[in-house]
Ligand binder design. Structure first.
Ligand code: NAP
Length: 314
């Protein structure tokens, strides 16, 4: 098994992790980014970004590739496809054991992001990959001239519903309340889209079909009326859960599992920082993720400098 020692190991190579890598690398500390799969994080699944300052419109994947190139420029070592088996964030040094290697680090920056939540209704698991999807960009093209439902009322649901109208003949947005959570600009675009129809105050009780999804059972929470809606696909966009499985409980987390940090991105454990979607934050965007990465890495470098001072004084 290979063994590595770094000043900073960053867990996760999405926008937050790459940005942390750029700042740590530029801060002249030895830095590695490890990721469970390929680099890029969640934006690799988005089609385009139109709210990243300076880019009126950019393909999200291209932007994450630029982040990666930028980290390369500052000598950051990258380790993709590293499945974490064991991690000790509390000890000195911090130790990360993956299937391929053992990493030791003086500081760890957690940038593991978050993943799509499941609705937890009958049929969801059974039809996953056979009509139930969590990624419109990945699966939308399979629904040419078909009817799909998007579940949720946030930015993702409304944006992805609009994306799905490129393929589907009809897109229902099913939302549990009478008001959408999505930004007003996205709402007004969706209201103006002939292919989108909203089903409000409604929850999904079941996803039905035989081999593939054929419909969803809906309940209007105001009237109690139960109806069946014929659809060929269901796209879930009901929010995200933090990716914390490998180190759950080692740092302070909120009730939903997101990591609690201070304004310098420091966690409850000395030398451990958390940045991006994995932490408790009011906004989860590429811009906030890269901002977190910068703040976290700068303070990780300061932490390392303080360690060095202590080492000199001894
Ligand atoms: P979100 O903002 O948390 O919205 C989740 C939606 O799903 C809410 O409408 C919520 O309903 C609904 N929901 C949650 N649990 C549910 C359940 N069990 N059953 C039925 N409905 C449920 O999540 P998101 O839309 O994925 O966005 C995540 C973050 O990314 C946000 O900060 C968002 O602004 C950001 N984002 C931004 C953009 C952009 O700016 N272009 C695009 C995508 C995402 P309630 O409204 O009733 O709570």
């Amino acid at each position: 098994m290979k063994e590595y020692r770094f000043d900073t190991v960053i867990l996760g190579g999405g926008p937050a992790g790459m940005s942390a890598g750029i700042y740590a690398g530029r801060g002249a500390v030895s830095t590695a980014i490890i990721d469970i799969s390929m680099f890029g994080g969640q934006p690799s699944n988005y089609l385009e970004l139109e709210n990243y300052p300076g880019y009126l419109e950019t393909d999200a994947f291209g932007l994450t590739e630029k982040f990666e190139e930028h980290a390369d420029k500052f000598g950051v070592r990258k380790f993709p496809a590293q499945e974490i088996e064991k991690i000790d964030l509390v000890g000195v040094p911090k130790v990360i054991l993956t299937k391929e290697a053992r990493f030791e680090a003086k500081t760890v920056i957690i940038a593991t992001g978050a993943h799509a939540k499941k609705l937890g209704v009958p049929g969801e698991n059974e039809f996953s990959g056979r009509g139930v999807s969590y990624c419109a960009v990945c699966d939308g093209a399979f629904y040419k001239d078909k009817v799909v439902a998007v579940i949720g009322g946030g930015n993702s649901a409304v944006e992805e519903a609009a994306y799905l109208t490129r393929f589907a003949s009809k897109v229902y947005i099913v939302h549990r309340r009478g008001e959408l959570r999505a930004d007003k600009i996205l709402q007004s675009r969706a209201f103006g889209n002939d292919k989108i129809e909203f089903i409000m105050d409604t929850v999904v009780k079941e996803i039905t079909g035989s081999n593939l999804v054929e419909g969803i059972t809906l309940e209007n929470i105001k009237t109690g009326a139960v109806t069946n809606l014929a659809v060929d696909g269901v796209f879930m966009y009901i929010g995200f859960t933090p990716n914390v499985d490998s180190f759950n409980g080692q740092v302070e987390q909120d009730v939903n599992g997101f990591i609690v940090t201070d304004t310098t991105m420091k966690t409850s454990v000395d030398g451990v920082f958390a940045v991006g979607d994995v932490r408790t934050t009011p906004l989860r965007q590429v811009i906030t993720a890269v901002s977190d990465g910068a703040v976290g890495a700068v303070h990780a470098v300061k932490y390392l400098e303080a360690l060095h001072d202590v080492a000199q004084a001894v």
